[in-house]
Ligand binder design. Structure first.
Ligand code: COA
Length: 614
């Protein structure tokens, strides 16, 4: 039976106790909120907001009441913000998962000799997945410790326990994150997608775990079965690429039939999905590989060869395009990196164990999942295909390797590389749009029990002063402003990773007011609050130690998604936006970023020269 996880994991527990996420002091959050927004809205609007915020925070006011309730909630729960955050960030969101929500990890391009070679890779990958899953189930994964700012503290490991045993079930108003018991016997299969068909690959047959050779044999059978056009089923995976409400409605139609019900039940319990892709026909570069991971190229390419609700979905393309696309609600990119890096090291470090074939002939043929269609369901499939196509056409993606320098140069300036990159992103945005906007940078709060993320609001007033100075000030002034911007960004980072960010706190106050059935306090209906949550720039650092990169889409129609991977001697950026917006263009943003990073380096170099030479 699926369970909704509330308890700490049973079995071997980590030998440390993590603190609870704190509830920040009310006044601190309200002051920070005002200073974050002052320079991002018009003066008149700011004055209006200030009056609303002061009233909210006055002694005996609504803010104090809600804060008291939040503190009570914190006493009673492991993590006062977890459920609020999960629903607000993911489960309540109605947009389609591909591009809008699911991040992707792009593996190094493989050079397969032929289809069989790609299947060997896939069988080895799944063997690695099973080995990793075993480590999760037996709780032998080493505990992560924080690196970078405030390094050394242990981090919460719970996200790892949701990598393979979760499923995002669509709902009419809100989705549900279903969590199966770790190691459940119901979860001894994976789903293999091939030519838009779905097959069940049982990993345990006659109580024996399949060996890598057996997995390969089963994959070969699947590929053959998928080619049989007489038995071909409609591309039901498309429905999962649709808006969440549309998919929930379609699912309700589907489950009226027992055949569909059974197929859905098998998919919803699988460990992961393995998508065996045909060659896409696209020129294979970083950007096209990223696109294929994010949306599969639409229904005419690989977009229907997916099941987007499943958190772990591995893609192995015959043309060597490989990676994962993930449903984001159970875990963050950092945990995904740890898992996929393990797999990449497994793939390159451990030879494929194809030597001895065991009882291959006894293995039952993998079952093809069957679907019952009606003209109505055909229409739903068509509508989903069209909407996915629109998303595919709209996504403007650019993956860029900035090779002039990397994080080692920034460290030598005694600056935080992350803060420096964030300031560079602000500079690029300002140069493209002549203003700064609400910016999201994910800050991990895994230092706390069940901690996920809070937001670093990188569009600081110091960043604004710096980007303005870069246009019309002397070098000495520019350098001072750069330092101020870096320091402000670094301080905000420390505030957020120590659980004192404002976004989670404001969300908590808003949600607890709703629970108390209060009229929504004005602070949360105010124009400034609405603007503060429109993340036109949505950014995230996802560093890797092996050659791969992460990418995701923008979170608003006129916004940018920017995922970056700082390396010693280069910085990798995956920038996304929508063609439909006249305010954005990924290539233009990248160009401004590139130029700004060079100018910032030159500024640092000039400013660090001894005075006599200057
Ligand atoms: N001088 C010299 N070196 C410095 C420095 C300074 N002033 N400040 C930092 N550094 C060093 C750090 O020691 C660190 O060294 P390391 O590479 O040897 O570990 C390195 O520079 C990186 O530090 P920094 O750039 O400050 O960033 P960080 O690693 O602390 O990361 C966040 C900051 C916000 C990205 C991080 O705390 C975080 O939350 N990451 C998770 C993001 C996330 O969840 N992403 C996925 C979302 S789906």
């Amino acid at each position: 039976m699926p369970i909704l996880e509330r308890e700490p994991p049973k079995g071997r527990r980590e030998s440390y106790v993590l603190p609870k996420v704190p509830v920040p002091p009310l006044k601190q959050t309200l002051d920070m909120y005002l200073s974050c927004m002052k320079h991002l809205v018009k003066e008149e609007q700011y004055q209006k907001t200030k009056a609303i915020v002061v009233k909210f925070g006055e002694p005996g006011g609504t803010g104090e009441l809600l804060q008291k309730k939040l503190l009570e909630r914190s006493d009673k729960t492991y993590n006062w913000v977890y459920d609020y955050w999960l629903e607000d960030m993911y489960l309540n969101q109605r947009l389609a998962l591909p591009v809008n929500s699911n991040p992707a990890m792009v593996f190094p391009k493989q050079n397969f000799k032929d289809r069989k070679d790609s299947l060997r890779f896939a069988a080895h990958l799944i063997t690695g997945v099973l080995e990793y899953k075993e480590r999760i189930d037996t709780r032998v994964l080493p505990v992560d410790f924080a690196r970078g700012q405030l390094a050394g503290t242990p981090l919460c490991m719970k996200q790892y326990y949701r990598l393979f045993n979760t499923y995002r079930l669509p709902g009419h108003k809100r989705d549900t994150l279903v969590i199966h018991k770790p190691g459940s016997t119901e979860q001894e299969h994976i789903i293999v997608a091939c030519k838009n068909q779905f097959f069940v690959l049982d990993l345990v047959v006659n109580k024996k775990k399949l060996k890598e050779m057996d997995i390969l044999t089963q994959l070969e059978k699947i590929v053959k079965m998928a080619e049989n056009s007489e038995e071909r089923q409609p591309p039901f995976g498309l429905l999962t690429s649709d808006g969440r409400t549309e998919w929930a409605q379609a699912r309700e139609v589907l489950i009226k039939d027992s055949v569909n019900r059974e197929s859905l039940a098998v998919i919803e319990k699988c460990l992961c999905v393995l998508c065996l892709d045909n060659p896409s026909g696209m020129e294979v570069g970083d950007t096209s590989r990223a696109l294929l991971m994010l949306h599969g190229g639409g229904h005419e390419k690989m977009g229907a060869n997916r099941w987007y609700d499943k958190p772990m979905q591995f893609i192995v393309g015959e043309d060597g395009v490989c990676g994962t696309v993930c449903e984001h609600s159970p875990f963050e990119g950092i945990v995904l990196v740890a898992c996929t890096e393990y797999l990449m090291k497994f793939m390159t470090g451990s030879p494929s164990k194809m030597g001895r074939a065991t009882s291959v002939s006894e293995l039952p043929t993998p079952a093809r999942l069957l679907w019952k269609t009606t003209p109505h369901i055909q229409d739903l499939l068509k509508a989903s295909a069209e909407r996915l196509q629109r998303l595919v056409r709209d996504l403007d993606m650019d993956v860029h390797k900035f090779e002039v320098y990397g994080k080692e140069f920034i460290k030598k300036q005694k600056m935080s590389p992350d803060a420096y990159i964030q300031v560079a992103l602000q500079l690029a945005f300002y140069r493209c749009n002549g203003r700064l906007v609400s910016t999201y940078e994910s800050a991990s709060i895994r230092r706390f029990h069940e901690g996920r993320v809070d937001n670093i609001r990188s569009a600081t007033s110091e960043a604004l002063a710096f980007v303005k100075a870069m246009t019309d000030e002397k070098d000495s002034e520019k350098m001072k402003q750069l330092w101020d911007a870096i320091n402000a960004q670094t301080n905000y980072t420390i505030t957020a990773i120590t659980g004192l960010g404002i976004d989670n706190h404001l969300l908590g106050l808003r949600e607890i007011a709703q629970e108390l059935k209060m009229e929504r306090p004005e602070i949360f209906t105010d124009e400034t609050y609405v603007a503060s949550n429109q993340f036109i720039l949505s950014t995230s650092q996802v560093p890797t130690t092996v050659e791969m990169f992460c990418c995701y889409g923008p979170v608003v129609p006129n916004g940018y998604g920017c995922c970056y991977n700082p390396q010693s001697d280069h910085l990798l950026f995956s920038v996304t936006s929508f063609h439909g917006s006249t305010e954005t263009c990924s290539a233009v943003f990248i160009k401004a970023l590139d130029e700004g990073l060079v100018e910032m380096r030159d500024l640092c170099r000039k400013s660090n020269k001894p005075q006599s030479i200057n």
